[in-house]
Ligand binder design. Structure first.
Ligand SMILES: Nc1ncnc2c1ncn2[C@@H]1O[C@H](COP(=O)(O)OP(=O)(O)OP(=O)(O)O)[C@@H](O)[C@H]1O
Length: 277
């Protein structure tokens, strides 16, 4: 390790976990090319290009307001719901521009699910929360719904805690359980990509740690793209890290270990060593 790397490690006080996935070759699943996003006349994303690898965890970090959530919402067109939002450039999923006229945003969101900062289960039973997506898709009759609900709850590491109370309201669960229920709801329709917007920031450290472990497991089957304010979390769980800085520019993108140990840009080093942001 170079002296510079040692210095960075000492000053960041961040321990980087080898996820064991970094040696696997990358296959791009989502790609941004010269992406610009505006809210009215204000630009939130500035000429961002990035290739996001399949079956890995990619973290988006950067100071508040730098466009992380905006970028995430472009991937499954959640920004469509914001009238003043305008997207230019390309964002592709398996090579297909998600903003093409023939793309159905609802079908896209089945492939690219989302989990939000605040757990938001529906005011329905645990079972109905998880079954929701399959029912909306009209697949209730074609699949074994009980088996699919169990599969999703197991996938979200919640089955053992709720299998005897599937008819109870999802709102009666703890915050951490509610977030895992939301993850179960997101994975039940069998998406390929899961977008997570600060999924642990509303949780206590123990519940957050469970979600982090879960994200590691999810990456075996899904591509996970996570926005986090927590640099330690990005260093612990992600394979790739994208650093956005004010103005919606992507300043650096690469292997998480390299970004944290040996960033190319002084601004990134300053950000991850806590000098600003
Ligand atoms: N619905 C909206 N309407 C208008 N402007 C918006 C909207 N959402 C976000 N913005 C603006 O776009 C910029 C980027 O916001 P965004 O939420 O994407 O940043 P962020 O990096 O995720 O921030 P944070 O870390 O605080 O969540 C900010 O200037 C924000 O004020």
């Amino acid at each position: 390790m170079s002296t510079q790397q040692e210095d960075s490690l000492i000053t960041t006080d961040v321990s980087i976990t080898d996820t064991g996935r970094t040696d696997q070759p990358d296959t791009t699943v989502v790609e941004a090319q010269n992406l610009d996003v505006f809210y009215g006349s204000d630009q939130a994303i500035d000429n961002v290009s990035m290739e996001i690898p399949e079956h890995k965890v990619t973290a988006m970090i950067g100071p508040s307001g730098c466009g992380k959530s905006t970028f995430l919402r472009c991937i499954n067109r959640m920004n469509d719901q914001i009238d003043v939002c305008r997207v230019e450039g390309d964002i592709t999923f398996h090579g297909k521009n998600v903003y093409d006229n023939d793309v159905d945003p609802v079908a896209l969101r089945r492939k690219i699910g989302m989990v939000f900062q605040k757990p938001n289960p529906f005011p329905k039973s645990i079972y109905d929360n998880v079954a929701y997506g399959l029912r909306v898709q009209g697949r209730e009759k074609e699949v074994d719904l009980d088996a699919e609900v169990e599969r999703a709850l197991r996938g979200a590491a919640l089955w053992d805690e709720v299998n005897d109370k599937l008819d109870s309201s999802g709102l009666d669960l703890s915050g951490g359980q509610q977030q895992r229920l939301c993850i179960a709801r997101a994975i039940a329709p069998d998406p390929e990509v899961i977008l997570m917007d600060e999924p642990t920031s509303a949780l206590d450290p123990i519940a957050a740690a469970k979600i982090e472990d879960l994200i590691d497991d999810l990456a075996d089957e899904y591509t996970v793209i996570i926005v986090t304010h927590n640099m330690q979390q990005a260093a612990r769980i992600s394979d790739k890290t994208a650093v956005f800085l004010t103005g919606g520019e992507l300043v650096e993108f690469g292997e998480t270990q390299r970004i944290f140990e040996d960033p190319e840009h002084k601004q990134v080093e300053d950000y991850i060593t806590g000098k600003f942001g």
